[in-house]
Design a protein around this ligand. Structure first.
Ligand code: CA
Length: 492
């Protein structure tokens, strides 16, 4: 019986059998340092992964990504501390909030002398590599090997894909790189597999496979041109939100589907212009939403295929049992919720990161975890797997124990968020989220507060900040927000 069959059998025999088998394997794994395969997409909403069971689940397919959850664990409350590409990547590498690591917005570069998880794993004897989207401007440090897209990179449909490989003179941001033929997601996968095949097999590896997809503009592989062709994607309830309940600061802001429609009407739109002749605004929003979801899900089809290829490689090389596999995204993404596309906001769809982990023998197959974790917790968790201490400058905590059902008693019950950039129509804001409530403060001009009761209002279409019934909750949430700001040293 191979390990997969063994785990399936354990899962079928119920929790008791699984606990016993886990304990037995844990003893055998004690002291061993697993490989870590970290796969991160760009702007992949949890709603666009079937195993998350969102509104799209009945009509989408993500079999390889779902396999990680089926053989491992799905985290339902993993959140980004600053929901935008470059800052999230810096937080993941450094284990620090944006105001500490210095990358608060898209224009800031990561100081390459700053401590990061790759360098710490490298010093611990791991082989470290990053392939794909980097987006932190300075040359990657702490990696034995890198081959990264210049800036945002290209999909390879209208523009050639370029990758900047270690060993050649580094050029900043969007510059430099060798040309590759093909589609970006496939190329990044090919380079990851090539590196895996050539690695030193006597040492553990830490590989970050960072896809460009499904970041806009959503140029799918032409072979998926007809995928989901006859599918009508369900609309989110909040697509038709009346934003009158919000505070003035957020009422008229954001990147809307109607604005996206305007861009899609252009003859230069990469997947073909959207013909909206004779349509009113409601019809335009409906049409643009459908086109957006079609293009987006077709990009994800290639990401899923990539995950499948990497998992197959681990199976073929007998590495599945010795490898922690993570699938996540640098932040969430609006897929029409609140009539938005893009991210940045503290609203759920942007705040939530999908996070799936597989580590057979330690993590029970098909588990689910609801603890609140954030992207500054990733680096400490990887160091824990490698048997290394977490340096004091890292602000996160390892959630390795949480993944085995042993959540520490003092595990945080809340998380702190701050969006600094104030661009793309999204006002600067910070806030606190607990399992039930979310308090947001827009501190620019105009200022304003919002409170959401996520139990009664999961779609966040009813700001209750002005409701007297919530006065006590508001007091508690404000105290918690002040405590978190102090704790994380963000008192500016
Ligand atoms: Ca992103």
């Amino acid at each position: 019986m191979n390990r997969r069959d063994f785990l399936k059998k354990c899962a079928m025999t119920g929790a008791g059998g699984l606990v016993l088998s886990n304990r037995a394997v844990s003893v055998r794994l004690a002291g061993r340092r697993p490989n870590i395969l970290y796969i991160m997409a760009d702007d992949h909403s949890a709603a666009a992964i079937k195993c998350y069971g969102g509104r799209l689940a009945p009509v989408i397919n993500t079999p390889a990504i779902d396999r990680i959850a089926a053989e491992g664990i799905r985290l339902n409350n993993c959140f980004c501390t600053n929901s935008i590409c470059t800052p999230s990547r810096a937080a993941i590498l450094t284990g620090q909030y944006s105001h500490i690591n210095g990358v608060k917005n898209l224009g800031q570069a990561l100081d390459r002398d700053r401590q990061n998880v790759a360098r710490l794993l490298q010093q611990a004897g791991y082989q470290t590599a990053i392939v794909g989207k980097w987006h932190l401007k300075t040359e990657p440090s702490g990696f034995d090997y890198y081959n990264v897209l210049p800036g945002q990179g290209n999909y390879g449909v209208r523009n050639i894909v370029r990758l900047k490989e270690k060993g050649k003179p580094w050029q900043d941001g969007n510059k430099g790189g060798e040309e590759y033929d093909g589609y970006a997601t496939d190329i990044i996968t090919d380079v990851c597999l090539r590196w895996l095949k050539g690695r030193d097999k006597d040492r553990p590896f830490f590989l970050m496979c960072h896809h460009k997809a499904p970041h806009g503009l959503w140029e799918y592989n032409p072979k998926y041109e007809h995928l989901y062709e006859n599918v009508e994607f369900p609309e989110p309830e909040s697509l038709w939100e009346d934003k009158g309940h919000r505070c003035e600061a957020s009422r008229q802001a954001g990147r809307t589907i109607l604005q996206l429609c305007g861009r899609m009407e252009s003859s230069t739109w990469p997947t073909g212009a959207l013909d909206t002749g004779g349509m009113d605004d409601t019809q335009k929003i409906k049409a643009a939403y459908q086109k957006y979801l079609h293009d987006y899900m077709r990009c994800i089809a290639s990401v899923d295929e990539s995950v499948g290829r990497l998992l197959d490689y681990l199976d073929k090389e007998n590495l599945t049992g010795d490898t922690v596999v993570v699938y996540t995204s640098d932040q969430g993404m609006f897929l029409g919720e609140h009539e938005y596309y893009d991210k940045r906001w503290m609203f759920e769809d942007s705040l939530r990161m999908p996070f799936l982990v597989r580590y057979p023998g330690e993590i029970g197959a098909g588990s689910v975890n609801d603890d609140i974790v954030t992207n500054v917790d990733f680096a400490p968790t990887f160091l824990n797997y490698a048997g290394r201490p977490v340096p004091s400058e890292m602000q996160g905590r390892s959630f390795r124990a949480n993944l085995t059902g042993k959540t520490p008693r003092d595990w945080p019950k809340s998380m702190y968020y701050r969006y600094w950039m104030g661009a793309s129509g999204v006002p600067v804001h910070y806030g606190v989220r607990t399992k039930r409530h979310k308090l947001v403060y827009y501190y620019g001009s105009p200022r304003g507060w919002e409170l959401y009761d996520l139990q009664n209002d999961p779609a966040e279409i009813n700001n209750v900040y002005e409701s007297p019934a919530y006065a006590t909750v508001i007091g508690q949430m404000k105290a918690e927000l002040a405590r978190l700001r102090e704790h994380f040293g963000d008192t500016e």
